[in-house]
Design a protein around this ligand. Structure first.
Ligand SMILES: [Zn+2]
Ligand SMILES: [Zn+2]
Length: 59
């Protein structure tokens, strides 16, 4: 199960509470050093980036 953790948005540096990111691996054998597969993004930036509809947002 994933838990919510405090994260810093990659795009705007805002702190937000999000699901723990999926990590590529434990980082010991891989060049990724255990980084997340997807960068952490706050709701705003995620909506901007992926263009998902936020019901509250009006065009
Ligand atoms: Zn952001
Ligand atoms: Zn890896």
């Amino acid at each position: 199960m994933k838990k919510l953790t405090k994260q810093a948005c990659m795009s705007c540096d805002a702190e937000f509470l999000g699901h723990e990111p999926d990590l590529c691996c434990s980082g010991s054998d891989c060049g990724c050093k255990g980084l997340a597969i997807e960068p952490p993004l706050c709701e705003k930036c995620e909506a901007k980036l992926y263009g998902s509809d936020l019901s509250e947002v009006k065009a």
